[in-house]
Design a protein around this ligand. Sequence first.
Ligand code: SF4
Length: 93
Amino acid sequence: MTEETMDEADMLKWAKAYAHKQGFLLNTEEKQLNTVIKGLVRNKNKFGRPYCPCRLRSGDEEKDRAIECPCAYHKEEIATQGQCHCNLYFKGT
Ligand code: SF4
């Protein structure tokens, strides 16, 4: 992701494009989806990176790269549980 400020529409567009590329689906529960999108926007604009809103940052940039969305864990979570920890991405049909 780039360094410029993002709004929720930009983030949703980005998440949709990523889901499409990977064959994932976005959460169909609009309220839950919007909460995660808002959290990602907040982190992106506050810290410069779209850190996962459902995980704790350590404050160490190097370590926290793993929790930058799409995080290092999402593919395994989606494969084993059907969705990522935040319920942003779901396994495609
Ligand atoms: S758990 Fe989902 S929303 Fe959170 S960083 Fe990973 S992919 Fe993104």
